[in-house]
Design a protein around this ligand. Structure first.
Ligand SMILES: Nc1ncnc2c1ncn2[C@@H]1O[C@H](COP(=O)(O)OP(=O)(O)OP(=O)(O)O)[C@@H](O)[C@H]1O
Ligand SMILES: [Mg+2]
Length: 291
């Protein structure tokens, strides 16, 4: 395992209750592991413990088979971190930003110009980064976090603020890196990212991990057998729902389809968001509850 966390607890100074509590999970090599939870559920706090930004936690976290507390500064040669807010040198150009960052490492790093092109960022742009758009700055931060070719890549909401074209590009890059063996630990509210990209997801609520499984298994467990049919009756559309797990309703569905002109038929597969709501009793986009 690349990451193993067990009984992890962290309380911010002065807080009444822990931000994360009895948290446990593991991340394998080349796995994209998604951390899903509403605002304030402890996603960023967990990432900050794993990246040594927060000290003073209880429990055990091992990364690369070694207690995180015992990792020295060479730990940062092996991880890549891209958090929510771009913290770039705004007065420098993109290439100066990457060059500056690159100098921190005493290991082989990617060529900045090639790295920029990979996420559709301009090469040779003489403008300071302050004149770049928000989406471009986010992609630059992503690019920077990969320069040292990390074995473990932390991403906090990697597609937020990206247009659909660039969101697809980022999802592809994440998959590509995972296929090359990079482990990815990401938080997201984006169900396309969670569903398409994550090998496994953890559902986090109030600092606890409630479920960890593959998106597919989670959806299968919560599947239902409802079918929604739209028909045209006297030039207006009517909707009917059927539960195919009920033999009577199933027969009614067959009769209905035979006797009517059908416009559309849809099965009602749950989304990962539905599964989250049913499993945790909470919506993914629910506002933080006052503690
Ligand atoms: N610096 C801080 N000082 C005190 N409490 C904090 C601090 N940062 C976060 N918290 C609290 O810890 C809890 C977990 O916050 P965290 O930022 O980890 O949530 P999150 O899941 O990343 O949320 P979001 O989806 O909004 O990014 C929340 O109750 C939050 O108010
Ligand atoms: Mg967060």
């Amino acid at each position: 395992m690349i990451v193993e966390a067990c009984d992890l607890r962290f309380t911010y100074p002065g807080a009444a209750k822990p931000a994360i509590d009895d948290l446990g999970f593991s991340v394998g090599e080349g796995e994209v592991f998604g951390f899903l939870g509403p605002n304030g559920s402890g996603k960023s706090t967990t990432q900050k413990v794993l990246t040594k930004i927060l000290q003073g936690y209880e429990g055990r976290v091992e990364v690369f088979g070694r207690d995180v507390r015992r990792h020295g500064s060479d730990y940062f040669n092996e991880i890549g971190v891209c958090f929510e807010f771009p913290n770039l040198y705004e007065k420098l150009t993109a290439e100066e930003n990457l060059g500056f960052y690159r100098d921190f490492f005493d290991i082989p790093t990617d060529e900045p110009r090639e790295a920029l092109a990979r996420l559709d960022l301009p090469v040779g742009d003489s403008r300071p980064v302050s004149q770049w758009s928000k989406g471009m700055k986010m992609r630059l931060t992503l690019t920077r976090s990969l320069l040292n070719r990390p074995r473990l890549w932390f991403l906090d909401e990697p597609t937020t603020g990206q247009d659909p074209h660039h969101a697809v590009m980022i999802r592809r890059l994440i998959r590509e890196k995972a296929d090359e063996g990079t482990s990815v630990f990401l938080t997201t509210h984006d169900m396309t990212v969670a569903d398409e990209l994550c090998d496994r997801v953890a559902f986090l609520v109030d600092g606890h991990v409630l479920v960890v499984d593959t998106p597919r298994r989670l959806k299968l467990e919560h599947r239902n057998h409802r079918v929604e049919v739209e028909t045209l009756v006297n030039e207006s559309t009517e909707h009917r729902g059927f539960d195919l797990s009920d033999p009577k309703d199933k027969q009614a569905f067959v009769d209905f389809v035979r006797d009517h002109d059908i416009e559309t038929i849809h099965t009602q597969e749950p989304t990962l968001e539905d599964v989250f709501l049913r499993t945790t009793g909470r919506a993914l986009s629910e506002p933080e509850r006052p503690s």
